[in-house]
Design a protein around this ligand. Structure first.
Ligand code: PGA
Length: 252
């Protein structure tokens, strides 16, 4: 009932020409793939060029971050309407790299989530514990705090339309991952939380992704879990063949 979603986070990689080439390769390899949604999130400088490649295809364009205001004196920032103008349909919010290197806080992630929803951009909200949190047994508390902050102030009927990516910080770019059942357990915690703070219907509809060192040879472990509806892929999404294989795996 929930359409699987595979999101590619290209991070700060690729100037326009190689970004366009990668997008073309992904589109070509997914020409006959149905049953799963794919989103490519290039760096902001390549959004326009990649958006032109994706226009009219089933692959969606997404951004990696945005500001919460729709316009104003915020030097260097990009707003939801600006992303929509470029053809974006989704936006990654609260990625752990934004939180740790750029000081993004829970409250800001909440504001951004509300702005994304208000502008009909699909927010892919990232949550996840650090290694120290996990060692202390604080995984559920940290994830709970992050999820509640992200969805605070969202109308209950809009809650089901968001995506949450559970990305343990210690698994990002490290080659280490939790087991499928471990990730599934946290996804279930998130879904229960949304049922309590939103509605049972919204909790059933929300898509929860796993992210952190996902690759073609381990994605099956996560896709096979009942509470996990896809993946947010970083490094391995820079390879068109591998990414397309993961989308096809998600499509089942
Ligand atoms: P990774 O990154 O797949 O390279 O671990 C995931 C992410 O940061 O979203």
């Amino acid at each position: 009932m929930r359409t699987p979603l595979l999101a590619a986070n290209w991070k700060m990689h690729l100037t326009r020409a190689p970004a366009v080439q990668l997008a073309r390769d992904v589109v070509a390899q997914l020409a006959d793939a149905t049953g799963a949604e794919a989103v490519l999130c290039p760096p902001a400088t390549a959004l326009d060029a990649v958006g032109r490649v994706l226009a009219g295809t089933r692959v969606l364009l997404g951004a990696q971050t945005m500001h919460w205001e729709h316009q104003g004196a915020y030097t260097g920032e990009i707003s939801a309407p600006m992303l929509v103008d470029l053809g974006c349909r989704a936006v990654i919010l609260g990625h752990s790299e934004r939180r740790s290197y750029f000081g993004e806080r829970d409250e800001e992630v909440g504001r951004k989530t509300r702005s994304a929803v208000a502008h009909d951009l699909l927010p892919i909200v990232c949550v996840g514990e650090s290694f120290a949190d996990r060692e202390r047994g604080d995984t559920d508390a940290v994830v709970t705090r992050q999820v509640l902050a992200a969805v605070s102030g969202l109308a209950r009927d809009r809650l089901g339309g968001i995506v949450i990516a559970y990305e343990p910080v210690w698994a990002i770019g490290t080659g280490r991952t939790p087991t499928g059942p471990e990730a599934d357990r946290v996804a279930a915690v998130i879904r229960t939380l949304l049922a309590e703070h939103g509605s049972a219907e919204a909790a059933r509809a929300v898509r929860i992704l796993y992210g952190g060192s996902v690759k073609p040879d381990n994605i099956g472990e996560f896709l096979g879990q009942p509470e996990i509806d896809g993946a947010l892929v970083g490094g391995a999404s820079l390879d068109a063949t591998g990414f397309a294989a993961m989308v096809r795996a998600a499509a089942g």
